[in-house]
Design a protein around this ligand. Structure first.
Ligand code: BG6
Length: 535
């Protein structure tokens, strides 16, 4: 993808920084190494990176998790996970090369002994390598452990090299760091933090404070896996590598923007997490607001972490955070009831295992937001996310204003619709532009047709998984596709009042049958003339 963009516009300063940073020799430490995310996403991503030569020549993997087990058992578990979840059938030589040296450190995350043991393993790997190795700590645990782990890493000196060099050349924290930390000179230490980053604005602020007391912001990589998706990066390419959209990309020509993240799956055994999160925290606060930012941001001066994130933060800050009394006008929530999907009957949310009795957690949320700046004032941004809807689709539909005057006969013009640009993030990744065209024949009859670009047919190659791109970016220190501290807080600032209003209102919630298009109540936040696209 990047190569293609670079061929097309070799001088574009926006993308020239993309491949700039090398991937240094690294040890990746996964906390929560036996969890679902590690098995389904991280390990397969590492395998596919190894397959494509995307990992550095010296690369080690260390798993940290609760259960006691020898290295060999963990290695076998990694192998099974890769065989089961990799997007390509593993090549035996690549697989054994990747896993031959895997290490495992057992223990609970609030036990200091785990970190001392980890320090030994890391030093040993560096001794074998004969050089310092960069360390990437990947926190794929329950969120409550994020601060515990980060602070313990700091106390044990495992992160000592992340702090900036002071004016006198001294690195803060070094004196306090154990000797194993002081031995390492040039390598870097970075931390990747999974979502959710807090469950409210105040939690996010406090988590940021605790993380930043140990790591410099430049070493913190807050994951939003949507940013690693090819199609999300393509939003940038579409907007900033093509001249034709920019003149139209504003309130003068755009009528509304609609962002949908519909899923057919339910909560997949994740009640423990989901029942306390809900659709707003799970998808809207992070993934969907990021999609909105990609549509609404100003062109950054260059495609670097700070420039891109500065522009996104400006968008988030321009979004009006509702007052409690305004929530009713701009937000709706609902919960799925029993229904049918793919011909099978499925249970309702309240019947799912682990969901609290009478839970008022929303499995569907719809919002109408406004970006109060010169480019977007008055343009509604509709966001909608839900579980157990008719099908899985993530898309952004940009609807242009209708033509000012229709010169055709009423009969022929009946089907004229405003142009719509639909960016499909998944599945059937691509872009389609809906135009009015004349139906062949003697009459001037207009009907909508689609001009389409599909990834599958244009590039004839399988897109990498989001985590592949993100792991490499974190290893080489490129934070462009990660969320900055002020960005995550700005996202919570928008969602917090809605969450509070809903918590105060309690339940029961409106419902929608599983397998449907969502609740009729979602229509109540649409402005006159607007409608939700079919799912
Ligand atoms: C995760 C949410 O962040 O994103 C899940 O926690 C959701 O509930 C998932 O299913 C959707 O991701 P994707 O890549 O399948 O759209």
């Amino acid at each position: 993808m990047n190569a293609v963009i670079q061929q097309a516009v070799p001088q574009n300063p926006l993308i020239e920084g993309l491949e700039r940073l090398p991937v240094p020799p690294t040890t990746l430490v996964i906390f929560g190494a036996t969890g679902d995310l590690a098995r389904r996403k991280l390990l397969p991503a590492l395998y596919n990176l190894a397959h494509e030569g995307g990992l550095p020549e010296i690369f080690h993997l260390v798993g940290v998790s609760r259960r006691e087990k020898p290295h060999e058992h963990y290695r076998e578990e990694c192998e099974q996970a890769i065989r089961r979840f990799s997007r390509r059938k593993p090549d035996e030589a690549v697989l054994s090369g990747l896993l031959q040296d895997v290490r495992y450190v057992p223990g609970v995350f609030d036990d200091e002994a785990v970190y001392a043991q980890l320090a030994k393993v890391l030093s040993e790997l560096e001794r074998i390598a004969g050089q310092p190795l960069s360390r990437l700590f990947y926190l794929s645990t329950a969120p409550s452990f994020f601060p515990t782990i980060v602070e313990a890493l700091g106390r044990q000196g495992l992160t000592a090299l992340t702090t900036q060099t002071g004016a006198d050349g001294a690195r803060p924290n070094r004196a306090a760091a154990p000797s194993h930390a002081r031995e390492r000179e040039e390598a870097t230490c970075r931390v990747v933090i999974e979502k959710p980053f807090g469950s409210s604005l105040s939690e996010a602020i406090s988590l940021n404070e605790r993380v930043l007391s140990v790591f410099d912001e430049s070493a913190v990589f807050r994951i939003d896996h949507y940013l690693g998706k090819e199609t999300v990066q393509n939003l940038m390419a579409l907007r900033f590598a093509n001249g034709m959209f920019e003149p139209l990309w504003n309130r003068n020509y755009i009528d509304s923007v609609q962002i949908t993240a519909a899923e057919d799956i339910g909560i997949e055994g994740r009640a423990g997490y989901y029942d306390r999160a809900g659709a707003l925290r799970d998808l809207i606060q992070n993934h969907m607001l990021q999609l909105l930012c990609h549509i609404a941001m100003e062109p950054p001066a260059s495609f670097t972490a700070d420039e891109v994130r500065n522009e996104k933060v400006k968008v988030l800050r321009a979004i009006h955070a509702p007052k409690p009394s305004e929530v009713e006008q701009m937000a709706r929530r609902a919960q799925y009831a029993a229904g049918h999907l793919g011909g099978d009957g499925v249970i309702g949310y309240l019947e799912e295992e682990g969901v609290r009795e009478g839970s008022a957690t929303e499995t569907f949320a719809a919002l109408r937001l406004e970006v109060d700046n010169w480019r977007w004032a008055g343009v509604p941004f509709y966001l909608r996310a839900g579980k157990r809807l008719a099908r899985k689709v993530t898309e952004i539909a940009v609807t242009l204003k209708p033509v000012p005057h229709v010169a055709f006969s009423e009969e022929g013009a009946r089907e004229i619709k405003p142009n719509q640009l639909v960016l499909t993030v998944q599945p059937n990744e691509g872009v389609s532009l809906q135009l009015g065209a004349k139906v062949p024949g003697p009459r001037m009859t207009i009907r909508p047709v689609n001009m389409e670009f599909l990834y599958g047919t244009s590039f004839l190659s399988q897109s990498p998984e989001a985590y592949e791109r993100l792991i490499v970016d974190a290893m080489r220190g490129d934070a462009t596709l990660f969320t900055r501290n002020d960005e995550v807080e700005a996202q919570w600032r928008i969602c917090d009042p809605i969450i509070t209003a809903w918590e105060q209102a309690g339940g029961p919630l409106p419902s929608y049958p599983a397998g449907s298009e969502g609740p009729a109540e979602a229509n109540e936040i649409l402005l006159k003339g607007d409608e939700w696209r079919a799912i």
